[in-house]
Write a protein that binds this ligand. Structure first.
Ligand SMILES: Cc1cc2nc3c(=O)[nH]c(=O)nc-3n(C[C@H](O)[C@H](O)[C@H](O)COP(=O)(O)OP(=O)(O)OC[C@H]3O[C@@H](n4cnc5c(N)ncnc54)[C@H](O)[C@@H]3O)c2cc1C
Length: 327
């Protein structure tokens, strides 16, 4: 029998949406694999009520509710996951593709002699035999990978369509894990850079208003902030924008930034280079504004506006304000 273990990541006690989506996706995968069982690990203190109505299906949730696990600590987390795998009898481990899992999963795969398949979607993973398909060369080709080791690990990119899976309620058994947090650290935490409170993480956002080099300056992004505010979304950026220092790296979307899966992605003055497009493949609706009608972003956009952002965006903001006033 195949048992899946899903790693639920929390930050400051809030379980990441990407992890919840992942759990629901893997439930669907388990449903199509007769005899497969589900388990999850939540490392660190978190109020379990936040999961009510957001997880579906059945399974065992192991919760390491100890304060020592609140912050990511590679050695301790690796030990904890290894222990949970054993406890669950799991042979397949899933992580959402995040900064934490990009650090933890390779460590674990070496430690546990596991096959690590990174950057695929759950839909593109197969567990019978183990393997996945995923884009390579910045999305210009699809390659198939086969996992040869008995223990398989996947880091998976999000999918927008998994946002709606709240149909059937979960019937989860919660088991408290009581692992020993020893506090030993080979690489002690020197400083933790926190995002401003209340700022959405671009990797978790449902609506992203992203700007490229064509926004012209850091000040040009005030239009995007205003629009994102009206839509209840957050601002994203292409790499040149971050290289110029107009926006922080936390907002960078692309091969060397974050992978996103919003329901709506608004790309403003972004050309649509493969390294950028590789990270927005799971977006729901893509709207592009660009003054070049031949820009590659229009190849992936559902709706396109050919025009200057400095003319189009103020109009869009005005219209939206009017619309919101009438509601
Ligand atoms: C290894 C590697 C990793 C990379 N990782 C990333 C990554 O993570 N993320 C990423 O984004 N890129 C990444 N890149 C860079 C990528 O190749 C592109 O250079 C980058 O995405 C281009 O950003 P851009 O579209 O903002 O800028 P540009 O390519 O300069 O495009 C600007 C666009 O704005 C339009 N424009 C200009 N002015 C206006 C205006 N007033 N109104 C409307 N439209 C206007 C132009 O027509 C143009 O299409 C990576 C590259 C490499 C080699």
């Amino acid at each position: 029998m195949n048992t899946f273990l899903v790693f639920l990541e929390q930050r400051e006690g809030v379980v990441k949406k990407a992890s919840i989506d992942l759990w629901n996706r893997v439930q669907e995968l388990a449903a199509s694999n007769p005899g497969a069982a589900m388990s999850a690990l939540l490392a660190g203190p978190a109020d379990m009520r936040q999961l009510d109505g957001r997880l579906f299906g059945t399974g065992v949730l192991y919760h390491a509710n100890e304060e020592g696990f609140r912050l990511y600590n590679p050695q301790q987390y690796a030990k904890l996951v290894a222990e949970s795998l054993k406890r669950a009898g799991a042979t397949t481990l899933f992580f959402a593709d995040t900064a934490l899992s990009r650090d933890l999963a390779p460590r674990l795969s070496v430690r546990l002699k596991a096959s690590l398949l990174s950057g695929c979607t759950v839909d593109d993973a197969w567990v019978d035999g183990g393997g996945c398909r995923r884009p390579v060369y910045s999305g210009s080709a699809i390659a198939s990978f086969v996992a040869e080791r008995p223990l398989k690990m996947y880091t998976t990119t999000p999918r927008a369509s998994s946002l709606s899976t709240t149909t059937s309620q979960a019937s989860m058994t919660v088991e408290l894990l009581e692992p020993c947090f020893t506090g030993e650290e080979l690489f002690p935490l020197v400083r933790r850079l926190a995002m401003h409170k209340g700022v959405q993480d671009v990797a978790e956002a449902k609506i992203i208003v992203a700007g490229g080099r064509g926004m012209g300056s850091a000040e040009g992004f005030s239009l995007l902030e205003e629009l994102a505010g009206l839509l209840g979304g957050c601002v994203g950026a292409s790499r040149p924008v971050v290289d110029e220092g107009w926006r922080s790296h936390a907002e960078q979307i692309g091969q060397t930034g974050k992978t996103v899966a919003p329901a709506l992605y608004l790309a403003c003055a972004i050309s649509g280079a493969p390294q950028h497009l590789a990270a927005i493949g799971s977006a729901g609706i893509v709207v592009a504004i660009n003054r070049d009608p031949h820009a590659s972003i229009f190849d992936v956009a559902d709706y396109g506006i050919v025009g200057d952002v400095h003319l189009v965006l103020p109009k869009l903001i005005e219209e939206l304000q009017e619309f919101l006033k009438k509601r």
